[in-house]
Design a protein around this ligand. Structure first.
Ligand SMILES: NC(=O)C1=CN([C@@H]2O[C@H](COP(=O)(O)OP(=O)(O)OC[C@H]3O[C@@H](n4cnc5c(N)ncnc54)[C@H](OP(=O)(O)O)[C@@H]3O)[C@@H](O)[C@H]2O)C=CC1
Ligand SMILES: CC(=O)N[C@@H](CCC(=O)OP(=O)(O)O)C(=O)O
Length: 348
């Protein structure tokens, strides 16, 4: 049996990456692709790398275009998913790559996004530790609505959740500094993509609690810790088209050994197909994960500073968006979780 699929926002970066991965999915068949300004264009005119879709034309993003599919992936700007979803059949699986349904607290939505609040959906980060012996994965089978996490949020949540749940790090004074590629800003934010601004430079943005991912990071890690956490998050734009390299650190809990620390991370992800803790002494690089739905995590203890240091690499467009969307849809539909998803990256 195969599932019919529509991708809304197919002309953007996240939509394009969804299409690249969906072309290799044995159970999903893309029937409709939609866009906004690019509606009416052949898909290959905006994504010449997606040769599997020769002949497909971008439709306007309307209920008529999206209705009648088994699955609708939404890759629209923030604030555009809620209203259109309300017009879709409740039995359609809707997977939203935007932020519209990630936050549980309406006050956080109002402060960091604004506009109408449509409420939280089941969250598409299956590996997130959410309480004693549970992962977010257990909340996904059978659901019809999924909110895909922000890409920075995915990297930090996967990095710090194991230590918080095991109690080997303290829930306060968490610090995360992320090197991030400009594709995370989307195709339409062209000013961020100017070679003259990105090449040969690196710039911090959204510092000191201003970034809209802050409440989502706190929401996730508080679930893992079982208590409200405090995190300082700083993204730094680097000249690499894709990828996030997150250095996330935390204070050691009292009386915890380096062995306890390693065990917490290794045990948390021992059975995960897409989240791998590297052997002691090894650290990931961006180039290890590009194109893959894989998160690689290196863990070390800085004894002089009394801190645990983690380094996590993901591809923002795969594990950070499109891959997470497909992985979560697989679980919701009762398919093998890894179906159609690459574990291996593209290198060099
Ligand atoms: N890039 C990333 O790494 C990540 C992105 N996301 C999320 O995915 C979503 C899409 O992001 P991304 O692909 O990067 O953004 P892009 O700017 O690259 O693409 C945006 C898409 O939305 C369409 N669009 C623009 N305005 C409207 C509108 N008013 N109504 C309907 N459609 C519209 C665009 O169509 P057209 O071009 O034809 O005008 C395009 O297809 C966002 O919510 C983003 O936050 C989530 C995690 C990571
Ligand atoms: C370079 C850059 O600007 N990156 C984006 C990442 C956006 C993202 O992953 O997610 P959502 O927009 O879906 O929340 C940022 O930091 O805001």
């Amino acid at each position: 049996m195969s599932f019919s699929v529509a991708v809304a926002g197919a002309s953007g970066y996240a939509g394009g990456e969804l299409l690249r991965l969906l072309a290799g999915h044995p159970e999903f068949e893309v029937r409709t692709v939609t866009a906004n300004n690019n509606a009416g264009q052949p898909l290959l005119a905006v994504h010449p790398h997606l040769r599997s879709y020769a002949g497909m034309v971008l439709s306007p993003t309307t209920t008529e275009a999206l209705d009648g599919h088994d699955i609708v992936f939404l890759a629209l700007p923030h604030g555009k998913s809620g209203a259109i979803t309300e017009t879709l059949d409740e039995n359609t699986l809707v997977v939203d790559c935007g932020a519209d349904h990630r936050l549980t607290d309406e006050a956080d939505w109002a402060k960091f996004y604004g506009g109408e609040f449509y409420g939280a959906w089941p969250y598409g980060l299956p590996e997130l530790l959410i309480g004693d012996h549970r992962q977010q994965r257990s909340n996904l089978p059978g659901v019809k609505r999924i909110a895909v996490p922000g890409c920075n949020v995915t990297a930090i949540s996967l990095a710090l959740a194991p230590g918080l749940r095991a109690g080997v790090i303290q829930p306060v004074d968490l610090v995360a500094v992320l090197a991030v590629g400009p594709s995370g800003a989307g195709k339409s934010l062209r000013t961020n993509l100017l070679a003259s601004e990105v090449l040969g430079s690196a710039s911090a943005y959204g510092i000191a609690g201003a970034h809209r991912h802050n409440p989502e990071i706190v929401q996730n890690l508080s679930l893992s810790a079982g208590a409200r956490v405090s995190v300082s998050f700083t993204p730094v734009l680097i000249p690499s088209a894709r990828g996030i390299l997150a250095t996330s650190t935390a204070r050691l809990a009292a009386g915890i050994s380096a062995h306890d620390v390693r065990s917490a991370w290794v045990n948390a992800y021992a059975d995960e197909p897409f989240v791998h803790v590297l052997p002691e002494g090894q650290l990931p690089s961006l180039s290890d994960v590009l194109g893959a739905n894989t998160a690689l995590i290196g863990v070390a203890v800085d004894e002089a500073a009394d801190r645990v240091v983690t380094v996590t690499a993901i591809d923002n467009l795969v594990k950070g968006t499109a891959g997470a969307a497909i992985q979560s849809a697989n679980i919701a539909l009762g398919l093998p979780e890894t179906l159609g998803l690459p574990i291996d990256g593209v290198a060099p």
